[in-house]
Design a protein around this ligand. Structure first.
Ligand SMILES: [Zn+2]
Length: 153
């Protein structure tokens, strides 16, 4: 039998062999023995999921510049007036509308409130913001608060 392979763990001759991590070594084992370790071809998705949740909780929409300009023009707001409402420099607003400057989340939030538009993309995971009991969530909130306080001074 050319197809028969030997299981590294139990030594049985089997047709189907799986690569499997058992403790610190990678073994070629039969399907029975693979239950004792992690099969390499099917990694657990837990890790990548938690990473994307903490690294990308929200982001600025790609067409933020045109959204801001359109909303501002619709409301007959001059760039100067909008800048005043936002307590930001007109030049910054100018660069944002030209797409040369991506506003940080807290500024985007201010613009959202003033123009009543959506600029922050929550990546389709609204629940992340609503129930974020994790340590990373608390950290982000703390950072935002700190930034807010620093801005006031
Ligand atoms: Zn085996």
């Amino acid at each position: 039998m050319d197809d028969a392979k030997e299981c590294d763990m139990c030594g049985r001759q089997v047709n189907r062999i799986v690569k499997c991590r058992i403790e610190d070594s990678i073994l070629n084992v039969c399907t029975n023995c693979s239950e004792y370790g992690a099969v390499i071809k099917a990694p657990k998705p837990v890790f990548s999921r938690s990473v994307s949740d903490s690294v990308l909780p929200e982001s600025i929409v790609p067409d933020a510049a045109s959204r801001i300009r359109r909303a501002r023009e619709k409301q007959n707001l001059s760039m100067e007036l909008l800048a005043q409402k936002l307590k930001e420099k007109e030049s910054i607003l100018h660069r944002i509308e030209q797409g040369k400057f991506i506003p940080p989340i807290n500024l985007a939030r201010k613009i959202e409130r003033v123009l009543r538009i959506v600029l922050v993309d929550k990546g389709g995971a609204d629940s992340v913001e609503n129930n974020a009991p994790t340590a990373t969530g608390a950290l982000t909130l703390g950072d935002l608060l700190k930034e807010k306080l620093e801005r006031k001074n």
